[in-house]
Design a protein around this ligand. Sequence first.
Ligand SMILES: *Cc1c(COP(=O)(O)O)cnc(C)c1O
Length: 231
Amino acid sequence: MTSAISSSLDSVRQRLAAAEAAAGRASGSVCLLAVSKTFPADAIQEAYAAGQRAFGENYVQELQAKGAVLGGLDIEWHFIGPLQSNKTRPVAELAHWVHSVERLKIAERLSSQRPASLPPLNVCLQVNVSGEESKSGCEPHEVLALARAVAALPRLTLRGLMCIPEPTADQARLAGQFALLRRLRDEMAAQGLALDTLSMGMSADLELAVREGSTLVRVGTAIFGSRTYPA
Ligand SMILES: *Cc1c(COP(=O)(O)O)cnc(C)c1O
């Protein structure tokens, strides 16, 4: 019997393949990160059985709990949520990637807390591409300086940029915000800082993000269903 999760995963893979083809991008050039926040370890196991290996978590406690239960599987854990400085240690110890670095202090802690027995931690810098005041992420004009400082930290590998655009159905606005992230990446490459990852696109807008150059989409709802948050 195929599970609901494995068939949703199939549909997302088909959407991603169609988006790559429509954008003239090579097949398989965009990674799929399955965002499992709020879902139990069982759900991750179902997706794993269907071949998924990269999973994204937003909350440190959930990452710890699921990491402990699923420790025997070769899962690649991506931390994608807001990260406070007093919570960096478990992330430095458990994650393979952190997408949500937005200030140097957090990066320095992650670097110094990364165990010597593990390879360097892959990081992306989160950029506030929408200009919303409440939004996480460094400002676009700060990203180059932050990137230079992060790239110099010994136990991190700076891989790219991440964004969460403004919640809007306006496709042109969304495209503009994704394009801003791509442009920042290109400007950094011109300054000698070549990055291979653009982490952008979620369940509702992955096609648009792939058209604008995404190399990694973070998909939760379309794989696991809608989330209910504890009160
Ligand atoms: C929850 C979350 C996602 C997944 O969003 P969906 O709309 O459920 O696909 C992606 N990125 C981040 C940073 C998230 O917090």
